[in-house]
Design a binder for this molecule. Structure first.
Ligand SMILES: CC(=O)N[C@H]1[C@@H](OP(=O)(O)OP(=O)(O)OC[C@H]2O[C@@H](n3ccc(=O)[nH]c3=O)[C@H](O)[C@@H]2O)O[C@H](CO)[C@@H](O)[C@@H]1O
Ligand SMILES: C=C(OP(=O)(O)O)C(=O)O
Length: 424
């Protein structure tokens, strides 16, 4: 298994090209199941999760071609197989996003239950309840979701419904948005997630012929259509990759131009970073992130967009570990997303986590250590810490990083980091 070695102390300076967003690419790929015509995605990132989703969609019978050099994915054809097996869903929870499109277009789907993961239990009850409200019959059997739309009712199609989410869910909003696009009648999604990746999905669906109002708000109204057609859609920039590099630059006292990024995509993260002492400026080519002087402890609480993203919490904590003063970091989205705390502590950070909050007391310096993490953002937070630590940090289990960062060691090395991949 590959590892990544970082030697701390180098200041990062230069430009980093921000790729297309993983969390937009995955639902966008699932839209190909809503039509037999080609869906072409440009600005596509070459990530392990994107390859997994491509494998899943190919397995359903579509032709999937990923030109990693040209950053283009073509998904084309009709599905002839409706099962998403455990082996794929286990690797990537976002596999559950095929459920809504398969049900809406083909009236049937059998999808493995994703189960929990390192950051929490992550149930999919809101996805299932919403689809049931739209007329799907759902049974859980031997770890699988067996879902179908009865042929005798409503001509075998899902029907529009008013779905009120008791809690904001990105995945459930996406699944139901895709399902509603091909349902009969009007679907209203109330308390919908407002993440930029959802707006990106909605815009792609619009370009396929869907009728959606309220994009960017927490109330999406979808008037179902009989057919959707193919499209070409550019995936929006990855705000989490950009935020990760902003933290990496800041912890080294450097300055980075995050090419292709737009400031509005950061939500509350930009306010926290500025208060902490990092200047963020939008320029024609992207967002410039520059550490001014010292870093200061600033409290944050994770929330649905436009609040502070849970996917930035671990990276921000690494930054706070060397800030002057204390900061309280509260995680409200996932119940177990402090897996990086013991590893950061091994590097000399002073962090006290209790329940959903962690108090971070900044220290003047961290020290390198062999570390490992059990999820994507926790892993990258250890690289960020390693960039500022004295000596060498070796991060194990790099496959977590490859899920969401494209050649992270090359991107960081190109702006001055001493970092390399050690093949395992
Ligand atoms: C591929 C992708 O886009 N992943 C993102 C997506 O995950 P994902 O779509 O899985 O996250 P959700 O927004 O659905 O989860 C938010 C909270 O709702 C709970 N919940 C969710 C669905 C459900 O049916 N029942 C339920 O209880 C979850 O356990 C969690 O506590 O949004 C998260 C929150 O911004 C991000 O951290 C993930 O990076
Ligand atoms: C939690 C994440 O992804 P996923 O929902 O795919 O596990 C993430 O991108 O940080």
């Amino acid at each position: 298994m590959d590892r990544i070695r970082v030697r701390g102390g180098s200041r990062l300076n230069g430009r980093i090209a921000i790729g297309g967003a993983k969390n937009a690419a995955l639902p966008l790929m699932a839209t190909a199941l809503l039509t037999e015509e080609a869906v072409i995605l440009t600005n596509a990132p070459a990530l392990a999760d994107v390859a997994t989703m491509g494998g899943l969609i190919a397995q359903h019978g579509l032709r999937v071609e990923h030109d990693t050099e040209g950053r283009r994915i073509i998904l084309d054809g009709a599905a002839n197989q409706f099962e998403a097996p455990y082996d794929l869903v286990r690797k990537m929870r976002a596999s559950v996003l095929v459920l809504g499109p398969l049900l809406a277009r083909y009236g049937q789907a059998r999808v493995s239950l994703p189960g929990g993961c390192a950051i929490g239990t992550r149930p999919v009850d809101l996805h299932l309840k919403g689809l049931e409200q739209m007329g799907a019959l759902i049974e859980l059997d031997a770890g699988y979701i067996n879902a179908r739309v009865p042929a005798e009712a409503n001509g075998g199609r899902l029907k529009g419904a008013r779905i009120i989410f008791p809690q904001v869910s990105v995945g459930a909003t996406e699944n139901l948005l895709m399902a509603a696009a091909l349902a009969t009648g009007t679907t209203e999604l109330v308390n919908a997630a407002r993440e930029p990746e959802i707006s990106d999905l909605a815009h792609c669906l619009l370009s396929m012929g869907a009728r959606i109002e309220g994009i960017g708000t927490d109330r999406l109204v979808v008037k179902g259509v009989d057919n959707l057609h193919g499209t070409t859609h550019a995936i929006l920039p990855d705000r989490i990759e950009a935020g990760t590099f902003a933290c990496a630059g800041a912890i080294t006292g450097g300055e980075l131009l995050l090419e292709g990024m737009r400031l509005e995509l950061f939500g509350a993260f930009s306010r926290a970073l500025r208060e902490a002492g990092v200047e963020l400026e939008e320029e024609a080519e992207g967002v410039r992130a520059r550490r001014l002087n010292g870093l200061h402890g600033v409290d944050v609480m994770t929330e649905p967009f436009p609040g502070f993203a849970t996917d930035m919490q671990a990276q921000y904590m690494a930054l706070m570990a060397v800030a002057e003063g204390a900061s309280m970091i509260t995680e409200t989205i996932f119940e177990n997303r402090f897996m990086h705390v013991p590893e950061l502590t091994r590097m000399g950070a002073r962090i006290n986590a209790h329940g959903s909050s962690a108090i971070v007391r900044g220290v003047p310096r961290l020290s390198g250590a062999p570390v490992m993490a059990t999820d994507l953002r926790a892993s990258v937070s250890l690289i960020i810490a390693g960039l500022a630590a004295e000596g060498e940090t070796v991060v194990n289990r790099v496959y977590h990083l490859d899920r969401g960062y494209e050649r992270i060691e090359r991107k960081l090395a190109a702006v001055g980091a001493e970092i390399e991949r050690l093949p395992g």
